[in-house]
Design a protein around this ligand. Sequence first.
Ligand code: NDP
Length: 333
Amino acid sequence: MTMYRAEDSRYETMRYRRSGKSGLRLPEISLGLWHNFGGYDAFENGREIVLRAFDRGITHFDLANNYGPPPGSAESFFGAMMDASLRPYRDELIVSTKAGYTMWDGPYGDWGSRKYLVASCEQSLRRMKLDYVDVFYHHRPDPETPLEETMGALDYLVRSGKALYAGISNYGSEDTKRAAIILRELGTPCVIHQSRYSMLDRRVEGGLTGVLADEGIGGIWFSPLAQGLLSDRYLSGSIPAGSRASKSVFLKPDRLTPALVDKLNRLGDVAKGRGETLARLAIKWLLRNPATTSVLLGASSVAQLDENLRALEGTPLAESELSMIEDILAMPE
Ligand code: NDP
């Protein structure tokens, strides 16, 4: 493996947006390591994607304790990347991780107790070979643990220097409001909310995005391409070999109904009319929303990443295009 030296041009084209009212600025496109960077994936492919991302100004890499498979292996991959290539650039990186889903056996390896969050953060730091993470999230709301305890654990992690910022993920509007108030009172503001948002899943609009604006919390959107559905990959209506729909339990082939394929093709035509791909259109559509701090993409190849980064080029969507998209999105799937 040759020594890595980051591209001198890495900050020339990427734009950065402030996360809510905080001092933290994130790239308009961030990279998530949920799929493709685990213990069963090719290390070299993951390495090339991460380094290409950093070379293009993607300073933010998103992980969670359970990413892999097996759980923990995406963080171990990232730790190996730190050792091999990224350590000299630590101060240019925003690395996030999370705890909230099942991670280890017994009563302390899941949900939202202080015991789980603090132990999990320690484990994540060891796997990623980091002294601190930049953002630590509670990954999903816990209906049984008092919110005060879970937010208290985030506050503790920030105060103890294990994390620089606190975030929440998959919280609904009401819980987000309550969490924001508790954290503010503790003196550790909630700076970021990670939620699913794409042309095919607009549940955050109105409710959650309103709360984020009111509370000064940034919005970072996961599965912005609906796990790849919003790309040219599935327009033929079949499932390409090696695609996520061919192998992941999180995207089942029966999601690709004829009505959805029709909708994707109509969206693809709007993209074509602009000389763009569906993936670029889907990313641009999210970036035009003022509630967006960052679009959190996945990628299984450098070619996909490069293609997606082209969403930062060209003209923004015109009102006429937005209203065409709105009509298409209103169609049944
Ligand atoms: P996307 O919607 O961006 O899907 C990424 C997948 O789409 C890729 O792995 C690839 O799949 C396909 N793809 C990407 N670009 C292209 C392209 N240009 N052409 C064709 N196919 C393309 O996001 P993810 O669902 O991967 O989520 C992104 C990140 O969000 C995660 O890594 C994670 O960090 C975070 N996340 C957080 C969650 C939470 O609960 N907080 C939950 C889920 C994700 P392939 O090539 O394999 O078909």
